[in-house]
Design a protein around this ligand. Sequence first.
Ligand code: SF4
Length: 443
Amino acid sequence: MRYHIWTIGCQMNEADSRRLAAALEQLGYEPAARAEDADVIVLNTCVVRQQAEDKVYGRLSSLRPLKARRPDTVIGLMGCLVGRRNSEHLRERFPWVDVFAPPSDPTPLLDHLAERGLAEMGRALRAEDAARRIPGPFLLSCQAQGSQVTAYVPAVLGCSHACTYCIIPYRRGPERSRPADETLAEARALVAQGVKEITLLGQIVDRYGYDLPRQENRTPLVGLLEQLHEIEGLERIRFLTSHPSWMTDELLEAAARLPKVCEHLEVPVQAGDDEILARMRRGYTADDYRRLIARARAIVPGVSIATDIIVGFPGETEAQFQRTYDLLTELRLDKAHIARYSPRPQTLAARRYPDDVPPEEKERRRKVLDELQARIAGEINARLVGQTVEVLVEGKKKNRWWGRTRTDKLVFFEDARDLLGQQVPVRITWAGPWSLIGETGSR
Ligand code: SF4
């Protein structure tokens, strides 16, 4: 019996797929590289933008003839397209899908498989983990064991912030922090299987623990980072995505103080204009964000910072877009993911504000920011040429090893030794906006 999981979207989906793969392997399934060769096919979906949703529909349609040819194949749909509510409309629209599972919750899928003959193992798993809705005991899939160097560990599920453009709270539900012992147990299990770097995940990861019993006046994520830091064999820790309003000095100080915590932050600004930020309901101004970046740079030496930006939010004028351009120019961040606004069903922005920036204008603004950011990132990275950086080696592509610096820069280099999972000093010889090339002095 074989399974195939197709994943699109955020790191949380990647983490969910990894856990699902492990749960399926506990049921006796083996991985299949192609959907055509699998007995169980799962699409782990994203609807954060229309483009991602359309890709899921394309993939779903391609499975229809396969299901007609081989009706015994189990087809599962999981993730944000399903959401946490009634999936009846999806059942009607995609009758060739057997089972629907919400984000971070493979229980319906495991139940379905259990009913189809693998009951004992499936039931045991389900009973053990029903309360927290996450499968344990956090094994890597057999493909990944011994070869996976980095792993995502969800710390906060869902989101209660309700930015007006965002569908995630409707699909992933309200914010829930996982208990620290469970999160740490998962991290320990992954490290025991060879993982060297853990990234804690949350839609607002710096909100971690505010819904759990806690010590007053402490940033709860700091406590979790400190405990994670104690895990022997774990070499690097990251956390994402942070919300500017919850990035406390205590958290930044912990990032500077704990050697395993990498000096890299993912903290989306989304826009540089205060009126747009207010209509997005982000909860801060452009000046608040400027102050955050200044604090981060003062507290965490050498920190690299990535941001997200949405262009073409309803009503965004040329002058408002220019303020975003100016902010990016001024702050000179290491990375910026630029997305065109896409109205999402249920969201306040889709209901209240007409999507009035034409598609070609959104695309123009996206390109303008992309080009600006490519220039800035190219200039920042060029300063690394001639320097030696520490690279955690994650894999090999076309005879070149690749890995990341602590500041999340992608580095390629050649070396005949087996360096997978090792931290290697690499002297940078070439730098572009998206990656670096270097040498170790050994070939
Ligand atoms: S913080 Fe805003 S953008 Fe991020 S997941 Fe929550 S609602 Fe969506």
